[in-house]
Design a protein around this ligand. Sequence first.
Ligand SMILES: [Zn+2]
Length: 575
Amino acid sequence: MIPVFKSLEVPKRSYLPQDFTITTWEALAPYVQQLIDFQFTTMESFSQWLSHLSELEAVISEDACWRQIKMTCNTQDPSLEEAYTYFVMEIEPPLKPLAFELQIKLDRSPFKNELDTAIYFPYLRSVANAIALYKEENIAIQADINVLAQQYGATASKMTIHFQEKEYTLQQAAKFLQSSDADIRKEVFELISSRRLEDQQLLNDLFNQLIIKRNQIALNAGFENYRDYKFKELGRFDYSVKDCFEFHEAVKEYIVPIQKKLLQHKKSLLQIQGPLRPWDTNATPKGQKALSPFTDGKDLAAKAIQVFEKLNPYFSSCIASMQSMGRLDLDSRKGKAPGGYNCPLAETGVPFIFMNAAGTHGDVITMMHEGGHAFHSFLSHPLALSAFKEYPMEIAELASMSMELFSLEHWDVFYENQEELKRAQLEELERIIDVLPWIATIDSFQHWLYTNPSHTEEERTQAWIATLDKFSTQEVDWSGLESIRAASWQKQLHLFEVPFYYIEYGIAQLGALAMWRQYKQNKEQALSNYCNALSLGYTKSLKELYQIAGIQFDFSPAYIKELAAFVTAAIEEML
Ligand SMILES: [Zn+2]
């Protein structure tokens, strides 16, 4: 069912004083300690303890989120950065071991067996899993890994190029790869690539250390390799290594051919005679104007509300209430951190959307995407415990990616011109088709990396080239650029910072396509299933949540083949 929107009231606390805010660790610590010392003797007192713990978690989480929001909205105010750093350096470290003690207290309590498993099962499973993986000797190694992983960000953010007498970060420079002028694209591509190659050895050295330390963590915890350890740590209870391999094969078999066709179509639009080169794949055809869907953040919010209203007033009311509470900061401006996100605010329940909108089509997609995350926050907010709202990526990204596709038929709000509307819609499907093979490539490479932890740099390069070849459309000519291609894995932040955290996007993207197919068959039913699934937070397994959403949690070749046929038909309608 799609609920009727009700504004959220200021929550009444039952454990912490109503006016308590987090200042120092000393002020917070007694409330944590009290929960550790609490003696529950009855089921009732145990339930009360759980709800107190949940309230404390919500207050801490909302406080930490606000510190991050305020800092990213204004990076030029040093006091905001200090407030954030204070939390990370002074509050989180002493909190962590106590939070772990609370998990043990919960796990060891005989009362936990009386909780309703139809709701509590995923929560209790996560707690038991975290305890099972805990190894004292891994704490110091993990701290080293965190420091090393940060070096990747530091190295990557220092990379800039000089083009036409101006300095650009590599992210900023990427816009020139969309130019309709092939000379500009080629020059910028070469500048970016040679800048990356300058740090190739540095990043290789860094990665060598990461592999050794990660492997050690796995061995300490009693696993054969880091891949198997990480599957457990990421709480992948609903799919196996074998399922991931099936996903890779199915993407190669059924998605890569669609990508190949789209590239051929692109080539004809660009009127390129020879083969496509790596700097051509994002190019804009000559004479094509850039899409200009809105003027500023206010206009974006107003149009997004209109689009969501057409889906259901519940959705537009969510965004409107965020707007009236000052929980949308959409415009790009100086002094704002890059990127975009939806940040759930655990206590008050109304999330915050942060963006750097500059009037592009990409911003429209981001708004629809973050809108989906926001609906998930609203829908799951009524659940009793904070832990129920800590849903994994496979369902969180289903919420956001499905919303991109549900909303697509109403983008005429942004594009009055039919031609432009079609272009925008096609771009969305192209992006989906492009990302799936890349996800398979990165995931497949990681399986190799961590099941062959003693590999040499040369073997790693060969494994990467073989993986790229496996998922290649053969439409892009890399001749003369072999060394650039061989090092191209280094641009993927996830490999350094959040290992194995990637296939989730692929699973959710397939799920979103299935949701869209369902939507095209029966809109009301699909939206109702969407809301039903999201309102359950993480109180059911992923398989069950997908089922309630009306789709399968499945990435078998047969299913991917079906979805590929559906997308192909949708694309052909647009070409
Ligand atoms: Zn997202």
